[in-house]
Design a protein around this ligand. Structure first.
Ligand code: FAD
Ligand code: NAD
Length: 468
């Protein structure tokens, strides 16, 4: 038994958990964070956001040099990919950031309890180290931030070599000739982009009749066409029912919408059909903490489980499985525990798919607004008519703003285009402040920037765009 009594013990050091621990310590609470991985930062820093963006950037440099430099009058010789160097660079970025979190823990006096945490009492967490030793600590409050893990499909065994999850797809040792991706969500499109740029023939099999199910359909259709132009092949309304690794290749079985079965083969299959909340070994049932049918911890609006001093945040509770959502919940719950009024506005959480062009959105899609029965107006602006987009050679895509017809309040902003991930920031802020489309339209935007397309789309809500 460790004599130290903590105010807060956070279990899991992903973006939800480590941010919560730092904020709790800033607020003067004696805080420990339990993490079983050798490095801090969770899925996001180790096998998620960061390594995927490092490979997206590296492969994008290659694609640019190979296909686009010539347009700018730059001649290149033979280009070659050094995959192991590319992976080293990715690993270096990851280790810089995970060590950075360790430094932040030291700076803020957060104790890292290394090992697997289990709730062994309302006020007790027991930590089992990798050497089998255990220690139990006492705490006023427990925050569960154990995140999520990839799911597979019945009958498909992921071996992380030829049938891979996102984790295996971030570390392949050679570029597959044929890559089949099951699922056209975030992971399918991002990691599909990486391996397509590096030379793989990529086919995405999607159960639904459209790609990237959570995005606005108008943009989704254009997005699919742009990705197809790059070489992506999509088979829609195709439900993958099995995958078996043989000696030479992997056989994938598919059922189409009429119920007909067929087979495809590939060198590598990436299963990207979603993730599930992870609470294995945490002892939630023994502790009496309840979960929903998907295994997500039940919490109220203040992240409190049915046991008042046990809270949960991030991928392990409901809501989008996004790092910034987990981080904001981490800050909010620390503030709530410290007696402040922590809060997360779920109506203004941005989503981004980091392909080229990027897709980014916040608020409601047009389909959702239509279904809500609210009268609305739409403004759009194509990047093709934006000066900066032309100079960049990135003219594909558009900005679409949906506003309430009666009040002009912004209900949703959808961007398909270069650097949409940065452009969405002003839309999130606008929605956070309850802005009208006119507020955006009357705000001065620097020239020449891509952000002028956001302003023009806002002007187009009242059909007064200047450049279209
Ligand atoms: P996690 O990051 O999953 O962290 C949970 C931590 O808890 C883990 O380190 C785990 O080891 C630890 N843990 C679990 N159980 C225990 C236990 N009993 N004891 C001790 N430790 C335990 N999101 C974005 O917003 N942007 C992106 O670009 C993005 N890209 C992604 C790319 C990929 C390939 C993947 C897989 C995910 C991506 N995500 C992205 C999603 C993002 O990674 C998650 O939403 C985010 O990491 C969730 O944070 P979390 O803190 O809830 O959990
Ligand atoms: P996802 O939920 O985004 O997409 C899964 C896709 O698989 C869906 O389109 C679904 O219809 C399809 N599918 C399901 N069963 C199928 C079947 N049998 N056959 C064919 N298709 C099938 O899931 P993901 O791409 O695995 O990503 C998991 C989560 O990780 C995401 O929801 C997201 O929250 C997070 N993530 C975020 C980012 C980002 O923010 N840029 C990047 C990667 C991952």
């Amino acid at each position: 038994m460790n004599d130290t009594r903590y105010d807060v013990v956070v279990i899991g050091a992903g973006p939800g958990g480590y941010v919560c621990a730092i904020r709790a310590a800033q607020l003067g609470l004696k805080t420990a964070c339990v993490e079983s991985r050798e490095t801090l930062g969770g899925t996001c820093l180790n096998v998620g956001c960061i390594p995927s963006k490092a490979l997206l950037q590296a492969s994008e440099h290659f694609d640019e040099a190979k296909h686009h430099f010539a347009d700018f009058g730059i001649k290149t010789g033979d280009l070659e990919v050094d995959l192991s160097k590319m992976m080293d660079k990715k690993d270096k970025v990851v280790s810089t950031l995970t060590k950075g979190v360790e430094g932040l823990f030291k700076k803020n006096k957060v104790t890292w309890l290394k090992g697997e945490g289990r709730i062994t009492g309302k006020h007790q967490v027991t930590v089992r180290g990798s050497d089998g030793s255990t220690q139990s600590v006492q705490t006023e409050n427990i925050v569960i931030a154990t995140g999520s893990v990839p799911v597979s499909l019945p009958g498909i065994k992921v071996d992380e070599k030829r049938i891979v999850s996102s984790t295996g797809a971030l570390s392949l040792d050679k570029v597959p000739e044929k890559l089949i991706i099951v699922g056209s969500g975030y992971i399918g499109l991002e990691l599909g982009s990486v391996w397509r740029r590096l030379g793989a023939e990529v086919t995405v099999l999607e159960f639904l009749d459209h790609i990237c199910p959570t995005m606005d359909r108008t943009l989704g259709k254009q997005y699919q066409r742009l990705l197809e132009r790059q070489g992506f092949k999509f088979e829609l309304s195709a439900r993958v029912t099995g995958a078996t690794a043989g000696k030479k290749n992997v056989k994938v079985t598919v059922k189409d919408k009429d119920g007909n079965d067929s087979e495809r083969d590939a060198d590598v299959v990436l299963v990207a059909v979603g993730r599930r909340a992870f609470t294995d070994g945490l002892g939630v049932d023994d502790a009496g903490v309840t979960s929903d049918e998907k295994g997500r911890i039940d919490v109220d609006a203040h992240f409190r489980s049915n046991i008042p001093n046990i809270y949960a945040i991030g991928d392990v509770i409901q809501g989008p499985m996004l790092a910034h959502k987990a981080e904001d919940e981490g800050v909010a719950v620390a503030e709530i525990i410290a007696g402040q009024a922590g809060h997360v506005n779920y109506g203004a959480i941005p989503s981004v798919v980091y392909t080229e062009p990027e897709a980014a959105w916040v608020g409601k899609t047009e389909e959702e607004v239509k279904a809500s029965g609210v009268a609305y107006k739409v403004g759009t602006f194509n990047f093709r008519a934006n000066g900066r987009a032309l100079t960049l050679g990135s003219v594909d895509g558009l900005v679409k703003i949906i506003a309430d017809k009666a009040t002009d309040r912004v209900l949703g902003v959808h961007i398909l285009g270069h650097d949409a991930s940065s452009l969405i920031g002003e839309a999130v802020l606008a929605m956070e402040y309850g802005a009208s489309a006119e507020d955006i339209a009357r705000t001065c935007h620097a020239h020449p920037t891509l952000s002028e397309a956001v302003k023009e789309a806002a002007m187009d809500v009242d059909k007064r765009a200047i450049h279209s």
